[in-house]
Design a protein around this ligand. Structure first.
Ligand code: ZN
Length: 138
């Protein structure tokens, strides 16, 4: 197969240096836009200082706790990277740039309390999340 993989692109403008953003509605919209019914969707974040994860969205204190706790994990070592944002690179590496999520009946198949988060570690910036439909069937 030589045709390029279909892709939807989410634009996410972050507003703080460190932020955990619920992007579940945008991902759901992308799943609709891609015409997926059943399958798996790959979310890929093409950046080195932000990451993707799935976690509780019901209580907004959870995202704040996660954000603060992640920053507390940054070790007190002397970073050499001249740009000065090595903690952001470290946290992005810890969480990773991608997620595989199931799609059932045209919607993300998430647990009751789950949502999709973009974790910004070096904002504010304009970010993208690429959404690829995998193994989609009509
Ligand atoms: Zn850097």
């Amino acid at each position: 197969m030589t045709s390029p993989l279909a892709r939807a692109t989410l634009q996410v403008d972050t507003r703080a240096q460190a932020e955990v953003l619920d992007i579940t509605p945008q991902v759901e919209e992308a799943v609709r836009e891609l015409g997926m019914n059943q399958g798996v969707v790959l979310l890929y974040c093409p950046h080195t200082t932000c990451a993707l994860t799935v976690n509780e969205v019901a209580d907004p204190d959870v995202r704040d706790d996660v954000r603060r706790a992640l920053w507390a994990l940054v070790p007190a070592i002397r970073f050499r990277h001249i740009e000065g944002n090595s903690p952001a690179h470290l946290l992005a590496a810890m969480l990773g740039p991608s997620l595989l999520l199931p799609v059932e009946g045209g919607k993300l198949a998430l647990g009751t309390w789950q949502g999709v988060y973009l974790c910004e570690f070096d904002g504010p910036r304009s970010r993208q999340v690429w959404v690829y439909p995998l193994a989609a069937s009509p």
